[in-house]
Design a protein around this ligand. Structure first.
Ligand code: NAD
Ligand code: MG
Length: 401
């Protein structure tokens, strides 16, 4: 039996995780669920899965949720605040933590799980992107098992030898090939992209996901973040990580070996497959995903990525080359720019522009502690926001900077 904390249980990954848990009731018990929003959904999850703890961020949400749970006869105890996320990620009675909060907001709790030696199912790529060195050191020293949920990294994990020791080259690996759907704007010109709306950007052709990662897929920053994620997860030099566009999202990624063999993992684009793989590992358990019917798909296509139309991919490779502060700034600027875009305050093509400027204006420095990560993150956010404000002012015909 695995005892679970699900960080971000009301999001897209959180819901899919609980769906897999429900299909395998003899294998999993839920100890803690957490959410910042959709408290009604959290209430329903508490009634169904009877966790010992539920965590929310706002005090008023905590009071209301606790009251509703009490009235319904539930014994779930509601905790409140970001520090409580770390508490439930490191409880002694918890064996496994699904890290499915979006953004750097998930970093402290995911790191707490790593330090406590939990089995970590990692969806929250931003924690590995921003604090990869710290995070992997914590995983290695505590003996945590780290299982990737991101479909590409889960595919690579499955295609690598299970008894892997040493470097990728020691296992005969020549390249990691991350597949990318290309997102909803794959065939658009830059002129067309200048006019796209948030609703168009979140309408991913193959995957149903949260709003932030959907915009990241549209800009291809998602693939950039995934290159950085693969670098840390598999100790892979960036030169060994290649991106190939594959619009059908059936091959979730590949590993090429020195003898010319390429191993791929295929499946329908349904996150319940990598979630079930990681939850069950090393066993296989049912996920609820439809089985693949290759004949009805017919054709699988591949293209090279176009970094002129999707500069975010290039920005991510460049930041990885520059150093840890550049990567933290890249992530912070992206989080701010995506939320400004979703709020209709900036255009789609402003996203890479803002990120590039923020990264350029962030001095490189050593990153040793989580406080170092958060300091760079905060100052990069401030830079991006003030750049946004300047742009808005100049567009409104106000004072130019
Ligand atoms: P989502 O927006 O649907 O859900 C995010 C969850 O985190 C929600 O439960 C929300 O309440 C919680 N949350 C948000 N901000 C918070 C904060 N400040 N403090 C505490 N909790 C907070 O996101 P998602 O699509 O499920 O993605 C989650 C993570 O998984 C992201 O890092 C994403 O990149 C990664 N991921 C998602 C998918 C996917 O298919 N959705 C695929 C691969 C990787
Ligand atoms: Mg992915």
């Amino acid at each position: 039996m695995q005892y679970l904390t699900i960080l971000g249980s009301t999001g897209s990954i959180g819901l899919s995780t609980l769906d897999v848990v429900e299909r395998n009731p003899d294998r999993f018990a839920v100890v803690a669920l957490t959410a910042r929003s959709r408290i009604d959904v959290l209430f329903g999850q508490c009634c169904k899965f009877r966790p010992r703890y539920a965590v929310v961020i706002e005090a008023t949400d905590a009071e209301q949720l606790q009251q509703r749970l009490r009235v319904s006869g539930s014994e779930t105890l509601v905790l409140c605040g970001a520090a409580a996320l770390e508490t439930v990620a490191s409880l002694a009675e918890v064996s496994t933590v699904m890290a499915a909060i979006v953004g750097i907001a998930g970093l402290r709790a995911t790191l707490a799980a790593a330090r406590a030696g939990k089995r970590i199912l990692l969806a929250n790529k931003e924690s590995l992107v921003t604090a990869g060195g710290l995070f992997m050191a914590a995983v290695n020293s505590s003996g945590s098992a780290l299982l990737p949920i991101d479909s590409e990294h889960n595919a690579v994990f499955q295609a690598l030898p299970s008894n892997r020791r040493g470097t990728l080259a020691d296992s005969g690996v020549r390249r990691i090939l991350l597949t990318a759907s290309g997102g909803p704007f794959r065939t658009m010109s830059l002129d067309q992209m200048a006019l796209v709306t948030p609703d168009q950007a979140v309408a991913h052709p193959n995957w149903s996901m949260g709003r932030k990662i959907s915009v990241d897929s549209a800009t291809m920053m998602n693939k950039g973040l995934e290159v950085i994620e693969a670098h840390w997860l598999f100790a892979a030099d960036p030169s060994l990580i290649e991106v190939v566009i594959h619009p059908q999202s059936v091959i979730h990624s590949m590993v090429e070996y020195c003898d010319g063999s390429v191993l791929a993992q295929l499946g329908n684009p349904d996150m319940r497959t990598p979630i079930a793989h990681a939850l069950g590992h090393p066993s296989r358990i049912p996920s609820g995903a439809d089985y693949l019917d290759l004949a009805s798909i017919g054709t699988l296509q591949f293209e090279r990525p176009d970094v002129a139309r999707f500069p975010c991919l290039r920005l991510a490779y460049d930041a990885l080359k520059t150093g840890p502060a550049a990567v933290i700034a890249l992530n912070a600027a992206n989080e701010v720019a995506v939320s400004e875009f979703l709020a209709n305050r900036i255009g789609f093509l402003d996203i890479p522009r803002l990120i590039e400027t923020t990264v350029e204006n962030t001095p490189e420095q050593d990153i040793v502690t989580i406080e170092d990560v958060e300091a760079v993150d905060l100052s990069a956010r401030a830079l991006t926001l003030s750049d946004c404000a300047r742009q808005l002012k100049s567009r409104a015909g106000g004072v130019r900077a």
